[in-house]
Design a binder for this molecule. Structure first.
Ligand SMILES: O=C(O)CCC(=O)C(=O)O
Length: 286
């Protein structure tokens, strides 16, 4: 299967809002749980997203956003000057003018091609950034499903657009190809173990981050991508990202698609992917 990954230029594959995904790529996504698509947005399109990235990552909406503007590597309440892994959840919710942007439109088209058994819709989005020279700006290893409530259908395609070139030095995404096929979800624990209650339950009031322990035979694959290209991963693949030891930021815009019925199920229990959601995790977690 690994040979299916084909880092071709994508320039000829965009037509209007359509980006042609090859059958072999759909098969790779289904089997190995991830995909890289190159040159998804043009430079001119990227420049329409850049000012929004700056706006949100510099905390311009932070009063309204509360816990949706946070550091994914440290507890809530950490002052911005000390942030390492800056996370701005649900930007279109806080600024409606950002909704229906070019990445949302093109990734909807790609999600429709990847998901052939139902209707895919955008579930949530986030800007994620690693400040320069922050070696601890790590996104702890996890499976996305470990963070989310139980739903009947778990299908997910999470797109991560590189707003600048991402590589191993500035902390690009890594994953374990094929780990999406493991029979059971791995155990997720709070990153800061002080947040685990005595009975083992997870307290998400102080920080959002969960982590799984690496296994000795885990084979990490790093996914460097150029500005304008993106990675896609599913809800079960084991993944994370390392710290940033470069002098530049690592800048990402993430959009996740799920089945429309799954999204309705989530919303019915008050789960919107906002860190400000008040849901009873004990009742709904996997
Ligand atoms: O891009 C990263 O650094 C990690 C993102 C991630 O874990 C996710 O989108 O699920």
């Amino acid at each position: 299967m690994e040979k299916l990954y084909n880092p071709l230029s994508g320039k000829h594959r965009r037509q209007g809002l359509t980006y042609k995904v090859e059958a072999s790529e759909i098969e790779q996504f289904n089997e190995l749980g991830y995909l890289i698509l190159n040159d998804v947005l043009t430079e001119a399109e990227m420049q329409t997203l850049d000012p929004w990235f700056e706006h949100f990552i510099m905390g311009k909406e932070k009063e309204k956003m509360a816990k949706d503007f946070c550091d994914m590597s440290q507890p809530y309440g950490t002052p911005f000057e000390e942030f390492r892994l800056v996370n701005a959840m649900l930007p279109s919710l806080y600024r409606e003018e950002f909704a229906n942007n070019i990445l949302q439109q093109v990734t909807q088209n790609i999600a429709n091609q990847l998901y052939q058994h139902g209707q895919a819709a955008m579930d949530y989005e986030q800007f994620l950034a690693k400040k320069p020279t922050k070696e601890k700006a790590e996104f702890a290893m996890h499976q996305d499903l470990g963070y989310w409530p139980k739903t009947k259908n778990t299908w997910t395609a999470t797109f991560s657009l590189a707003l600048n070139d991402a590589d191993v030095i500035n902390g690009c995404l890594y994953l374990i190809p094929g780990s999406n096929k493991e029979p059971a979800l791995r155990t997720h624990k709070p990153k800061d173990y002080s947040q685990q209650e005595e009975d083992g339950t997870v307290n998400r009031d102080d920080s959002h981050t969960l982590v799984i322990e690496a296994r000795p035979d885990d084979q990490l694959k790093y996914l460097p991508v150029k500005r304008g290209s993106l990675t896609i991963h599913d809800e079960r693949i084991v993944h994370g990202s390392g710290g940033n030891s470069s002098k530049d930021w690592r800048k990402t815009y993430i959009i996740a698609y799920r089945d429309v019925n799954t999204i309705a199920e989530e919303r019915a229990i008050g789960f919107t992917h906002s860190h400000n959601d008040t849901v009873n995790w004990e009742e709904i977690i996997h």
